[in-house]
Design a protein around this ligand. Structure first.
Ligand SMILES: [Zn+2]
Length: 140
């Protein structure tokens, strides 16, 4: 973990989740899919949590879905995220892979309009030349 141009702690891709980060750099969301039971799996894993298979394939999925749960931060915590207060962290259930819920930051949203079930779409944010982050905004 290190601070990049983005000014915040950024992820360090590993061998396991590297394809996910490579996909985001191309503005594409890739999720592992078990080739035996066809389940989508998140977070990146070496073994399918449903059938224990080791046979996984990175599969493009549309970065759209709906808010499954959310938290809006109003209190300063002393972190670099304070400048964005109030901001909302969401857990999104993906439309094309409904067994997957993934966390992210909600942007371009009025905290008062955020609700469970709100349709959202992915926003690819280039934090550094190496790291692109996936955030979400309300679908219009
Ligand atoms: Zn499986």
């Amino acid at each position: 973990m290190g601070d990049g141009l983005y000014g915040r702690t950024l992820p360090q891709p590993t061998e396991l989740d590297g394809p996910y980060w490579d996909g985001l750099r191309r503005y594409e969301l890739l999720i592992q899919r078990c080739t035996d039971c066809q389940s989508y799996l998140w977070y990146p894993t070496e073994v399918c949590s449903r059938c224990q298979s080791f046979s996984m394939q990175w599969t493009p999925v549309a970065p759209t879905g709906e808010i499954y749960s959310f938290t809006t931060q109003y209190q300063r915590t002393g972190s670099k995220f304070d400048e964005d207060i109030p901001y909302t962290s969401v857990i999104v259930q993906l439309a094309e892979a409904s067994e997957v819920t993934m966390g992210g930051l909600l942007v371009e949203a009025d905290p008062d309009q955020v609700r469970v079930g709100l349709p959202v779409v992915g926003v690819f944010v280039d934090a550094t030349p190496e790291i692109t982050l996936l955030q979400f905004r309300p679908q219009t």
